[in-house]
Ligand binder design. Sequence first.
Ligand code: NAP
Length: 285
Amino acid sequence: MKIGWIGLGNMGIPMAGNLLAAGYDVYVWNRTAEKTAPLVAQGATRTETLAQLVATCDVLFTMVSDDEAVKAVYGGPEGILACPGADGKLAIDMSTVSPATSRWIAERCQQAGVRFLDAPVSGSVGPAKEGTLVIMVGGEPGDYTQAKPLLEHLGKISLHLGANGAGTSAKLAINLLLGITVQGVAETLLFARSLGIESEQMLKIISESAVGTPLIRGKATSILADDYPAAFALKHMAKDLRLAREAGVSTPLAESVDASYRHALHEGLGELDLMAIIRHLEQKS
Ligand code: NAP
């Protein structure tokens, strides 16, 4: 089986790398061609064009930024669905986009004879490298059955949740909790600091307490160094909270975190890790 991978950003590189490591024949294409270099060094084949990748591969994975990018990659004039030979292939979109966009793509895929799954992931670059993501899938059960052995190399669990759009719906819900949790940690540390408790001590307390999570332990080094290289860029968190709002969430914490990340984005923190929300809150207080 030949696997095509489209989108080699922070997540796409380790995820495609896991399929290579599992022994699959992996072909890669990225809008910015230079970013294919790490995968080519690991044994992947770079195609010059998206059309070449589509013509060559049996299964196509996409892992790109947002709704606009997914629509361009599938439905654009040179997108997957315009490529000769797309008919009959299985396309799996792992990007975080709105359920409406997943259904929009699914409808166009159906018209073109392409089978389509939305399969976004929970977990950042660490779990992507380790192959321990949580994968939420929407689409036809038979297509999920075909995809499952591949998904097992990318995640510790995959769940088939219903028709197209169900995967991205679940993803928006889990990322609402992510946004709330990260802002909660930031507020807790700032409050503790204002009372004279050092962040190092407070992080130890959080980690050993009932609310300690691998997420918080994973962010400790960044917080203590006040350095936030993006594992999950703040701009993507702001996007996911916007998508949740557009999908109808209007509860108090959701409204609050949506506003916070939006303001942080406008302050120029978008390219940093989402934990940089602490800088926005620090300025505010
Ligand atoms: P990233 O590092 O920003 O990479 C984005 C990728 O999308 C790049 O390959 C980029 O190509 C491509 N792209 C953007 N616009 C495009 C367009 N119009 N046409 C073709 N390709 C386009 O993002 P990431 O962190 O890997 O995240 C990818 C997706 O996974 C996002 O939807 C994100 O919300 C989701 N996600 C991320 C994390 C995380 O921790 N990072 C965790 C879970 C889910 P270029 O190289 O040419 O710019």
